[in-house]
Design a protein around this ligand. Structure first.
Ligand SMILES: *Cc1c(COP(=O)(O)O)cnc(C)c1O
Length: 443
């Protein structure tokens, strides 16, 4: 097969005729509930591009939602997964184990924050990891309540829908939800009523007050938080907030769970976003970027907490599938070899430089934020902080038409987010930013 050329190339309108035909088949065969952001059907992908059935080559600022950080079909991922496919595809780790699973666990125990004794259990999806973190925390503490935050996103299963803040589209019509879930404020600096400078202190005080007065700290098994809220709008909690919540958890025997499913594995320019403020979670959930695109997820944490659940209490048929484990080892090898943390920090430098300049010119940009290869702009009505979902949707559409894959997010649907593969070339990164600037000029 020919090398995938790292260029944007549009040979039809987007989506092209072949993609449109496939989309008609999708509509007839796949339920409406499975939505599609950009109906372009992909045939090949790698580096910073996606190639479609019509021969177009699109710039990828999405990474399949922060998954292909090492790029699609990264060499080490393909090599290791292919070898594993040929050897054996499944035994079920709980029946007859294999080394790859243990090796991934060892890697995670080493790479995650804190040098305490750790254990790792593997699962298939992020939601499954979060569910299991809650199971483990309940088993360890013998308590039931779970505290989560405004703007939080933790998945689409019944328990994780309950943990997720936003109703539409994640929860609408899908209740009743799991009980014993309590939501408290997040330190969202840009929208904090008394100003960003007071936000960490006040939000933490409010959250802690709600936990102690409304739930009772002694009833709380776990506090589950994303160190940067992903789907909620790439909200970096005001500095000081995370350490305060972690401290409170520690003082009250509550398991502090960092959901790093979107932020983990070099995405923010550090192995884990918690590293930024030196927060050491008791448990950490990972998925997305872990295995170069193969389905794998994990819960990693303090040995005494992880070991609380009885033998046979955790697991699943496919959890830690050998091919997914081989891919994860290839992805981690790639992250280390290419120093993707440094690449992510460079992406932040380039993107923030350009986006801040755009903010000067376009008053729909309320805030530019994020870390590493996880950068967003929050869009507002000019001169106010009123969320501007219409302009956000129009911008995304304009970018798509020009062959740039971007995603939106945010509680108010007014955040344009960028999650390029960390291996993207700087020329493509700048070309993508040119497209965004051009789209801003037009909307
Ligand atoms: C994507 C995501 C999840 C859910 O992961 P799935 O693999 O889609 O189940 C949970 N938490 C966070 C922070 C996420 O970004």
């Amino acid at each position: 097969m020919t090398e995938l050329s790292q260029e944007r190339r549009l040979v039809t309108s987007i989506p092209g005729p072949k993609s449109q035909e496939l989309m008609a088949r999708k509509v007839a065969a796949v339920p409406n509930g499975i939505g599609v952001t950009l109906p372009v059907f992909v045939t090949r992908a790698g580096g910073g591009v996606l190639e479609d059935v019509d021969g177009n080559s699109l710039i990828d600022f999405g990474s399949g939602i922060a998954v292909t950080s090492v790029g699609n079909s990264a060499e080490a991922v393909v090599r290791r997964a292919t070898a594993q496919l040929a050897d054996f595809t499944h035994t079920c780790f709980m029946v007859t184990p294999y080394e790859g699973y243990v090796e991934v666990a060892e890697q995670l125990n080493e790479l995650t924050p804190g040098d305490h004794d750790k254990r790792t259990a593997l699962f298939n999806s992020g939601a499954e990891a979060v569910e299991n973190a809650v199971k483990i925390a309940r088993s360890y503490t013998k308590r039931t309540a779970v505290v989560v935050f405004d703007h939080g996103y933790h998945g689409r299963t019944n328990l994780t829908m309950a943990l997720t803040a936003k109703n539409m589209p994640y929860k609408e019509g899908f209740g009743p939800f799991a009980p014993e879930v309590y939501r408290v404020p997040l330190a969202y600096g840009y929208r904090w009523l008394t100003g960003a400078e007071n936000c960490a202190e006040e939000a933490a005080a409010q959250a802690i007050d709600m936990i102690t007065k409304q739930v009772g700290a002694e009833n709380v098994a776990a506090i589950v938080i994303e160190p940067i809220a992903g789907e909620g709008g790439f909200i970096e909690p005001a500095k000081g907030f995370l350490p305060k919540i972690a401290e409170f958890a520690k003082a009250n025997g509550i398991v502090f769970v960092a959901d790093e499913i979107q932020t983990g594995f070099c995405r923010t320019g550090q192995w884990f976003a918690c590293d930024d403020e030196g927060v050491v979670p008791d448990l950490i959930t990972t998925a997305k970027g872990i295995a170069g695109g193969l389905p794998l997820a994990a819960v990693t944490g303090r040995a005494e907490i992880m070991d609380a659940a009885h033998a046979g209490g955790l697991g699943g048929t496919y959890g830690g599938n050998p091919v997914a484990c081989a891919a994860a080892l290839g992805a981690i090898e790639t992250m280390k070899e290419l120093d993707l943390n440094a690449r992510a920090r460079r992406i932040e430098e380039v993107m923030k430089g350009r986006l801040h300049a755009m903010q000067e010119k376009f008053d729909v940009i309320g805030e530019v934020r994020g870390r590493g290869g996880m950068i967003a702009v929050e869009l507002v009505e000019p001169g106010t902080k009123t969320p501007n979902a219409a302009v956000t949707a129009a911008l995304a559409k304009a970018c798509h038409a020009e062959g740039l894959v971007v995603l939106t997010c945010g509680t108010y649907g007014n955040v344009l987010r960028f999650l390029p593969p960390l291996v993207i070339g700087e020329d493509l990164l700048n070309e993508g930013l040119d497209i965004i600037e051009e789209a801003l000029t037009r909307v």
